[in-house]
Ligand binder design. Structure first.
Ligand SMILES: Cc1cc2nc3c(=O)[nH]c(=O)nc-3n(C[C@H](O)[C@H](O)[C@H](O)COP(=O)(O)OP(=O)(O)OC[C@H]3O[C@@H](n4cnc5c(N)ncnc54)[C@H](O)[C@@H]3O)c2cc1C
Length: 288
C-alpha cells in the first residue's frame, strides 16, 4: 500500500485551503469504505495526503431546520437508519441507507462519501433525488447550495473543481405520501446494487397529484424519470396504469442511452419493479 500523510484538520477552512492548494495530491477521507480499498489496490495514483473529516463536528448530525432536515455529510448510514426523525418523515432515505453493505459498513460509511463517489449504484442517491435533496458545498470560493441532480451532473463533467460536501437539506415532505425503495443485488448483504428503484407518490382524492421515480444502477448519471412522473400525475392507480408506466420507463431509458448489454437483464427487472411498487401502493390505499 502506498504511503501518505494523514491530516486531522482543526477547521473546515483548513480542509478547503489544503484541497485548493494541493489539488489531486490530496483527498478527504470520511468513513474510508471506498477510499481505503482503493488505496490498498494502489488506485489513487499521486495521492500523498489524506484529510480526515469524519470527526469534524460541523459535518456531523441530523437536525430539523426551518428549511426541512439537515444531514451533515459525515453522518453515517447507521445514524440515518436509526434517526427517529428520518424514520418518521423521510423513511424512504432510511429504507435506502439500510440497504448499504453490512452493519459494519453502515457504521463507518457516510452519506457524504456515498454521494461524493457519485457511483450509479450508490443506494442513497435515488432516495435523495426522490426527496428533492439539496447539497451544501464548501470551497475556498465560498459556500453554495445546489440540487443534488445538478451536483451529480457537475461531478460527471468535473466542471466545478474540488468542493467539500458539508451536508444535505431535505425539504419538508408533502403530506400523505407513499414511498418505496427496492434494491436488487446478487446477495442481500454486502452487495452493490445491480438495480434499485425509489418511488414517491402523493394522492389527492384518488388521483396522483405528485410523483417521483428514480432507478439506480441503470444510467451513467442517476436521475429522475420525469416523463414517467408526468405520465402518472393526474391519473388513478390501477393495474393498467402500473403496466403502462413501467413500459414507458423502459422506453425512456432506451431512448436516452440506447440498448446496453446489461439491459437484456435490467429492463425486464425495472419494468417488473415499477409495476410491483405501483400495484402495492394501490393495495395499500384500497386495504389500508
Ligand atoms: C464491503 C462493501 C460493501 C458496500 N456496499 C454498498 C452498498 O450496498 N451500497 C452502496 O451504495 N455503497 C456500498 N459500498 C460503498 C461505500 O460503503 C459507500 O459509497 C460509502 O457511503 C462511502 O462513504 P465513506 O464515508 O466510507 O467514503 P470514503 O471512502 O471516506 O470516501 C469516498 C469518496 O468520497 C470523498 N468524500 C468523502 N466525504 C466527502 C465530503 N464530505 N465531501 C466531498 N468528498 C467526500 C472521498 O474523498 C472519496 O473520494 C460498499 C463498500 C464496501 C467496502
Amino acid at each position: 500500500m502506498q504511503s501518505f500523510e494523514f491530516v486531522v484538520p482543526s477547521s473546515l477552512n483548513e480542509v478547503c485551503t489544503l484541497l485548493a492548494a494541493e489539488g489531486d495530491a490530496c483527498k478527504v477521507v470520511a468513513g474510508g469504505t471506498d477510499i481505503v480499498p482503493a488505496l490498498r489496490e494502489n488506485k489513487l495514483v499521486g495521492v500523498t495526503k489524506l484529510i480526515d473529516i469524519r470527526r469534524r463536528p460541523e459535518l456531523r448530525g441530523i437536525k430539523r431546520t426551518h428549511h426541512g432536515l439537515w444531514i451533515g455529510a459525515a453522518t453515517t448510514h447507521s445514524e440515518i437508519v436509526n434517526s427517529p426523525q428520518v424514520q418518521s418523515q423521510w423513511s424512504l432515505l432510511a429504507e435506502a441507507c439500510r440497504q448499504v453493505g453490512s452493519k459494519q459498513i453502515r457504521n463507518l460509511a457516510t452519506l457524504g462519501g456515498n454521494v461524493a463517489n457519485a457511483s450509479p449504484a450508490a443506494d442513497s442517491i435515488p432516495a435523495l433525488l426522490c426527496l428533492d435533496a439539496k447539497v451544501s458545498l464548501l470551497s475556498t470560493r465560498g459556500k453554495r447550495q445546489v440540487a443534488l441532480q445538478d451536483y451529480l451532473q457537475e461531478k460527471k463533467l468535473a466542471s466545478k473543481g474540488w468542493e467539500l460536501i458539508e451536508g444535505f437539506v431535505l425539504p419538508e415532505p408533502l403530506p400523505n405520501i407513499l414511498t418505496k425503495f427496492i434494491k436488487v443485488a446478487r446477495r442481500q448483504a454486502m452487495a452493490i446494487s445491480r438495480l434499485s428503484l425509489a418511488v414517491v407518490i402523493q394522492l389527492q382524492g384518488d388521483q396522483i397529484h405528485y410523483a417521483r421515480l428514480v432507478p439506480g444502477a441503470m444510467l451513467s448519471v442517476t436521475h429522475r424519470l420525469e416523463s414517467v412522473e408526468k405520465y402518472l400525475m393526474g391519473e388513478k392507480l390501477s393495474p393498467e396504469l402500473s403496466a403502462s408506466a413501467a413500459k414507458l420507463a423502459c422506453e425512456s431509458v432506451i431512448a436516452e442511452t440506447g440498448m446496453r448489454p446489461s439491459f437484456a437483464y435490467k429492463l425486464p427487472v425495472l419494468e417488473g419493479l415499477i409495476k410491483k411498487v405501483l400495484d402495492q401502493f394501490q393495495e395499500e390505499v384500497t386495504h389500508g
